[in-house]
Write a new protein. Structure first.
Length: 317
């Protein structure tokens, strides 16, 4: 006697979706979509408001020396130059602090130091600006004078030293202090995710603590270090009040670090010029904001490309 197995009905009931799951899915989709909508709205606003200024001259906008591009180019240079100097100082310091917290410091000290680093990210930029003006600038001015007197043959240190210390390098130091907590926090979390077996295997093979970090920890976190650095760079590119308060601006393009001739940044220029702007000058300032938006977007796109390019060779995989 043969028996036939029951055949599943084509009209079998589908799994029932609970109302809570449906609401959560819709809310998450809405939240994710709003990010794209907000970004598109900002881009459309900047483009529409910037179009009249792209072809303006000093005859139609009093803020322009000749035309818009001659006006914005020194600002782009100052923005990128200050952010680059800040990143040059912040990344090694952040990596050192993150490695000390995760692999060298005792647990209690590491926990307390981690809280202190996180609290630095909550300090308002105005406070950093006041610290830069009242404390940092007078303190570093003698060091600037010594470097100029003894290493003035290097173009970066040449020229007459500023008597106030409010130079592009001082602004870069303030920016570096501001982005260190961001880079450190991300690198710390990435280093803590390094597989323990990788670290123990390196130590078992006779590697020192530093060799273990160089062979196991840093390769594992390479993509994360790049992402953290680019996030800090984006923060430095867009910083406004601290730079506006610390930097003594003269305009122009110069690589000298210690002189009174300092380029301005886009964000600081908008903050200082917008209250007195009128007519087409407002469109000119918004157009410089569009340029900053494009620069920041390009930096993030470059970071994403680097991370995607290197992830196949990361220890995480």
């Amino acid at each position: 006697m043969t028996t036939t197995a029951p055949v599943a009905s084509k009209n079998a009931a589908k799994p029932r979706i609970r109302p809570g799951d449906r609401w959560f899915s819709a809310t998450a989709l809405f939240a994710g979509s709003m990010i794209l909508v907000t970004l598109a709205a900002v881009a459309v606003f900047l483009i529409v408001q910037s179009l009249p200024a792209l072809f303006a001259t000093n005859e139609t906008a009093s803020i322009l020396p000749t035309d818009f591009w001659d006006y914005v180019w020194p600002l782009v240079f100052g923005t990128v130059w200050a952010a680059f100097l800040a990143l040059l100082m912040a990344v090694p310091l952040s990596l050192g602090v993150a490695l000390f917290i995760t692999h060298f410091a005792p647990r209690r000290l590491a926990q307390g130091l981690g809280y202190v680093v996180d609290l630095l990210a909550a300090v308002p930029s105005v406070v950093f600006g006041l610290w830069g003006i009242l404390v940092l600038a007078p303190a570093v001015q003698p060091a600037y004078a010594w470097l100029s007197d003894n290493l003035g043959f290097i173009p970066l240190f040449a020229g007459d030293v500023s008597a106030t210390g409010r130079t592009i390098f001082t602004a870069a130091i303030v920016l570096a202090v501001m982005v260190v907590p961001i880079i450190t926090a991300i690198c710390r979390e990435i280093f803590l995710q390094t597989p323990v077996l990788h670290e123990e295997a390196a130590l078992a093979l006779g590697a020192t603590r530093w060799e273990m970090i160089r062979m196991a920890v840093l390769p594992f976190g390479r993509s994360g270090i790049v992402s953290a650095s680019m996030l800090g760079l984006g923060r430095a590119l867009g910083e406004t009040m601290a730079v506006a308060m610390v930097l003594s601006v003269s305009g122009g393009v110069t690589f000298r670090l210690f002189t009174s001739d300092n380029p301005n940044t886009i964000a600081a220029n908008i903050a200082l010029s917008f209250p007195e702007a009128y007519g087409l000058n407002i469109n000119v300032l918004i157009a410089t904001g569009l340029v900053l938006f494009v620069v920041t977007f390009a930096v993030n796109a470059l970071a994403r490309w680097i991370v995607n390019r290197r992830k196949d060779f990361s220890g995480a995989n």
